[in-house]
Design a protein around this ligand. Structure first.
Ligand code: 5GP
Length: 120
């Protein structure tokens, strides 16, 4: 499993639009784009444009509370835009044991099918 080295990730290139992505929502601080390997009919990643130390949620500090709120709110906007606002899931994988593979904080917005609980 991948670990948190602090190295830049591919999401920097997506934010910089150096590599293409299918953008669903964007504002000053947040970018939302379709996952390249979707696990549901709707699978969108919501990220802070500036990582600012947020390789993982586990690195969150008091200075991050505003952008953390913006990410959750952007997830709701994505769900509305995608027509799944009445039934969707938001996931953050944290660290190797949490199955995180890209060390730039991101929320997975999943929907368009029946979800299961527990997610296994
Ligand atoms: P994690 O496993 O870290 O929670 O999620 C990382 C997600 O990023 C995975 O679902 C993976 O499919 C997605 N991903 C990795 N590289 C790219 C990429 O270059 N473009 C897009 N759109 N998604 C990516």
């Amino acid at each position: 499993a991948a670990s948190d080295t602090g190295a830049p990730t591919i999401f920097d290139k997506i934010v910089a639009k150096e590599i293409p992505s299918d953008i669903v929502y964007e504002d000053e601080n947040v970018l939302a784009f379709r996952d390249i390997n979707p696990q549901a009919p709707v699978h969108v990643l919501v990220i802070p444009k500036l990582r600012d130390g947020l390789t993982t949620l586990g690195k969150a500090e008091p200075r991050h509370t505003e952008v953390l709120g913006q990410l959750l709110h952007a997830s709701k906007i994505v769900a509305e835009k995608e027509g799944i606002v009445d039934g969707f899931r938001v996931v953050i994988n944290n660290g190797a044991e949490g199955c995180q593979s890209v060390y730039h904080l991101h929320l997975h917005v999943l929907g368009g099918r029946q979800m299961k609980w527990p997610p296994v």
